[in-house]
Design a protein around this ligand. Sequence first.
Ligand code: NAI
Length: 667
Amino acid sequence: MNRALLSDLSDWRLEIDIEGIAWATFDRQGESANALGRRPLEELMRIVERIEQGARDHEVKGLVIVSGKEKGFIVGADIREFDLLTTEASVIEAIRPVNAMLDRIEKMPVPVVAAVHGVCVGGGLELILACHYRIATRDEQTRFGFPEVKLGIFPGFNGTARSIRQTGPQDAMDAMLTGRMISATSARAKGFIDQLVDSAGTLHWAARRAVLERRHAKPAPAAKMLLARWPARSFVAGKMRDLVKREAREAHYPAPYRLIDLFESHGGGYDAMKAHETRAFAPLMVSDTARNLRRVFRLSEALKAQAPKDLGWKPRRVHVIGAGTMGADIAGVAVAAGMEVTLQDLSPEVIQKGIAAQGKLFARRFKTKPLRDAAKARLIADPEGRGLALADVVIEAIVERLDVKQTLFRDIEAKVKPDCVLATNTSSLRIEEIASGMANPSRLVGIHFFNPVAKMPLVEVVRGEASDPAMIDRASAFVVALAKFPLVVKSVPGFLVNRVLAPYMLAAMKRADAGEDIQKIDEAARAFGMPVGPIELADTVGLDVCAHVGKILGLEGEGAGGRLERLVSAGKLGKKSGEGFYVWKDGKPELKLETYNEADLERLGREIVEPLIREARRALDDGVVANADLVDAGMIFGTGFAPFRGGPLHYASERGGPHGERMAAAQ
Ligand code: NAI
């Protein structure tokens, strides 16, 4: 029989068993996941104190830290509380007691063991690194990582020093600089974890044994630690800087650079690294970049929240019609998300080709052969459309022709289940018109994916004038089930993303027509923080597609007529035909060797995004999405708009007045 050691905790339970082993179970009250917010940390401090006392009194033989949640261990510090810390001093003050507590865990006279099942990242990983021994389940769900860089910071609970001590500089810095998730097996190989067990059921016994045998993790072997010595450390730091430079600019994302500086200066000593970590961490935590990246995190949550959680409906079977560029990949992501998919096309060869093309995605997503085989078995060629009758969601991705789509929906409407979601992936036709021939037009919604489907996180859920709200809810839930972000948009030409993006791209082409250097235009957009420049983006999307989008948005006057039109009529469609604005070789545009003045690029970059911001504001005024945050979310997740700037409307409002009126008026 276990006995409670502290009975007034809310987020933890602390019990002692008959063998004298104390079990601290983290089960945050009222939350589905365990985040290390202020209250759970304060309670953990009390637990540490109680265990110290128990150890002194020979009452407690050891402590095991486990999670009370079925799925996750610890998702990290509580991001929702970060905004309360507005000055470096307040950050330092908040961190100091936590780090002192972790030191006390480390110095505990009895063994402290972490027993992990489920995700353990950020502050959670830092906590277990302060324990004496770490056991984890060999489970798909058990994963480790330091995602802090994605929030503009790096580990701040002394995880920098402790991860280097346990795994060596290479693996620790790699984890912290990339933010990548690490499987349990790989975490064991690297040294983050000391022991693996097969299932959550055996975790308890393994932890008990580790305490009774007083197991203690070994630090990284000396060979791994050679890289922490001078001058090897400086050499390694240089290499890391080169790698990071390829991914992110220092001015936009300083965190990885500061982490490398910290390692270079202090990575040779455990205590020095710990001491300097907080000093380097605090300014990052209160920086604009970190604040805006936290905003991006909140926006992603807001997008997911558009899908009601309690629908009592789950998409299990999906039928996709059209196995071309989009349809096959949509089928692929649905299968990767665990759904069963039937794929239909006029041509059986196209279906086979579309299915074969998903092999790469499955290989990436599923690490074992049985899982890959199961995925293949869930993707079924269905030339006759037998899957229609069983489907929970039907997605049409056939040729972009109104009459063909109308006929299709008229024909399939009677064949599907009454509660099945009927969706079109159209990018330019009106939902209302496609639905016009249906017996019940309110059934049709748009589910607009972006190309390439597997990579793009956003999916627009299009609400036609007559669309049934229940179907919009289901379509959004389906998108969330695909692990993507839904954005509910009004049925207007270009929906949100293409409508806002098009004027920006066409304006850039107009600059090119006026003789501006296209490479400089693209470089300026990147200097602003866009993932690719507008001209390269146009070439990548396909100039025929750009011209078409321009037309449906009534923007022929903007960039069309000029080089865009000439290139399209000459069959120079961009990347796919080998030439557009750029000449393309091996999937890359040929660039001339050129360096530009930074100040020039900065000024030009701000000018180039102006049309995007203006259109974003208009889209908001027209009610294309429900609020300004959703406009920003759509542009960040749909186009990669500079995340560290927090979205176009946020950026505009930051630089002056609500939505940047001050700037706009000054122009
Ligand atoms: P695609 O031309 O690659 O594929 C269309 C496929 O549909 C072809 O394999 C064709 O055989 C098949 N098909 C035509 N009529 C059919 C019918 N009645 N029944 C069954 N199959 C039929 O076209 P893509 O690019 O995949 O586009 C499909 C839809 O997705 C279009 O509505 C397009 O506007 C939209 N879309 C395309 C994007 C892109 O980047 N390609 C992005 C977002 C939406």
